[in-house]
Design a protein around this ligand. Structure first.
Ligand code: ADQ
Length: 487
């Protein structure tokens, strides 16, 4: 791609008082890759939030500066001024407290999230939430158009920004627009519940290329276009009327996301990480079997099903502390949404009951931790865990499963993996389970514990081959190649 950054005069943009910078690559995601921290003396500092997406974007932005449009994570009527941070131009989008409640907690996380995850909990529909979603998507689209250079590549992320592709296209026919869905795209029978379904589809069809985690997600989308919107489809293509041209083809395909495999493996190989893993096991009383769950505290992750299966194994006397223990790390999430509050109560009640019935002094049956951990500690935990239990009822990909595999540079450990994750389609050699089938889940957990070590090493070797070969850098490069037609 030619020039990386250009300046354009303020006259091109109403109300702008400074010169706007424009870029050949523009990322739009709900959140900026930084957190705003206000220090004691009132000065503002932006701290980079480490995550797979940031790593992936760094790899595609290497050698060319790109812009990132997103929300800061905090309410505010006025947008913070754009700024540079570690080689990326960040363009904040301001959201008021009401918009956060309606667009983010409401429409994104209480309407779309349940529908896109098999309606594990019922979706809530409010017309005011939809209006806020439209208004915020419009603001994102305007910000994208402001920073996109002529002919730029625009990469929009996730379910919060589904109207942005068409809103950008309406203003800028010169740019190439891609969208990637980090979560599943639901079967048409469920998507049909959404009162604004056709407008969401039309929003997405503003893109040139739409990326999904699984082939099934891409197919669900194309089917929804055909059955609910009346668009003509051919295989994975949707035909969109595009005056004055006759039509435009929008392609939908699976581009499964991955992780920074190399970075994690390097962390896992450090002597201090290995020492920390041994220390963690020792502080848990050196159990024979350490089982681990790591999730955002979300009802899609199957935490209750996992705990139920574990509890029954304890009830049946098949396992018992201090020989076996379970560490469940649950990152706080969306705590203002009622379904999440309820889930937290249920999980904490269940953990209390299991510990009351099965712990022995000095050896709890479950260690439950309700906060996040730095990356180094996560990798040490992965290295310490004999059995990683990943049991979502529905999950776009599930990066934790891949992170566990990438961290096991020693070929140790065993992965219990739900077939309802995107990761299952790449890691099917794992100890696979249907989390709704508690008996089957118990068997998968027992099987993972009891399988001989050499057999588990063979399995881990196969899993690692896949994860090492398909990392997040390759994912990003593949998405961009699909989007720009160079694949
Ligand atoms: P999530 O639903 O957030 O992501 P996941 O893919 O598991 O789920 O990613 C979670 C990330 O947060 C992982 O990198 C994990 O290590 C980290 N994490 C979780 N708990 C943590 C804790 N206590 N401390 C520190 N880190 C923690 C959405 C979709 C997924 C999809 C991803 C990426 O729901 O299906 O895989 O986006 O596309």
């Amino acid at each position: 791609m030619s020039p990386t950054r250009r300046r354009r005069s303020a006259g091109q943009q109403a109300g702008a008082t400074t010169e706007a910078e424009t870029f050949d690559l523009v990322i739009a995601a709900n959140r900026l890759p930084v957190d705003k921290v206000v220090l004691d003396d009132g000065t503002v500092e932006w701290q980079r939030s480490p995550g797979g997406l940031v790593t992936a974007m760094e790899s595609v932005m290497a050698g060319r500066e790109g812009a990132w449009v997103g929300w800061t994570g905090q309410p505010g009527d006025e947008a913070d001024a754009p700024f540079h941070n570690e080689g990326i131009y960040l363009r904040p989008v301001a959201l008021t407290a009401d918009e956060i409640a309606a667009y983010y907690e409401g429409f994104s996380n209480d309407t779309l999230w349940p529908i896109y995850h098999d309606v594990i909990v019922p979706a809530t529909f409010h017309r005011a939430w939809w209006s806020a979603y439209e208004a915020v998507n419009r603001r994102f689209a305007d910000a994208v158009c402001e920073v996109a250079a002529p002919g730029a590549v625009v990469w929009i992320h996730d379910y919060q920004l589904q109207l942005v592709p068409a809103l950008v296209r309406a203003q800028r026919q010169d740019v190439r627009i891609g969208w990637f869905n980090h979560i599943p795209f639901p079967p048409v029978e469920l998507f049909a519940q959404l009162p604004w379904r056709k407008r969401v589809l039309a929003g997405l069809l503003g893109a040139d290329f739409l990326g999904f985690q699984r082939v099934a997600d891409a197919k669900n989308f194309v089917r929804a276009c055909r059955q609910l919107g009346g668009w003509q489809t051919k295989g994975q293509n949707v035909v969109v009327a595009d005056p004055p041209r006759e039509h435009r083809i929008v392609r939908a395909a699976a581009v499964p996301i991955s992780i920074d495999t190399q970075g994690l493996a390097e962390l896992a190989n450090r002597p201090e990480t290995r020492a920390r893993a041994r220390e963690l096991r020792a502080s848990l009383g050196n159990p024979e079997v350490l089982m681990l769950g790591v999730d955002r505290l979300d009802y899609t992750k199957g935490i209750r099903h996992r705990l139920k299966a574990y509890e029954e194994l304890l009830d049946d006397g098949q396992i018992a502390p201090p020989d076996v223990t379970f560490v469940q790390i649950a990152t706080p999430s969306r705590e203002r949404v009622e379904a999440y509050r309820q889930l937290r109560e249920e999980v904490e009640l269940t953990v209390g009951r299991i510990n009351g019935n099965h712990s022995v002094i000095g050896a709890p049956a479950v260690h439950y931790i309700h906060h996040g951990y730095p990356r180094e500690e996560m990798v040490a935990l992965f290295l310490a865990a004999d059995v990683m239990v990943v049991t979502p009822l529905r999950d776009g990909m599930n990066l934790v499963a891949k992170e566990y595999v990438a961290s096991r540079t020693d070929y140790g450990g065993a992965l219990v993996l739900s077939e309802f994750t995107g990761a299952y389609h790449e890691l099917h050699q794992a100890f696979v389970c249907n989390p709704h089938d508690i008996e089957g889940l118990k068997n998968a957990m027992l099987h993972a514990i009891q399988t001989p070590a050499d057999q588990k090493r063979r399995i881990m070797r196969a899993l690692r081959r896949r994860v090492m070969a398909h990392d997040v850098q390759r994912w990003a490069a593949r998405f961009l190649a699909d989007l720009t037609g160079t694949s």
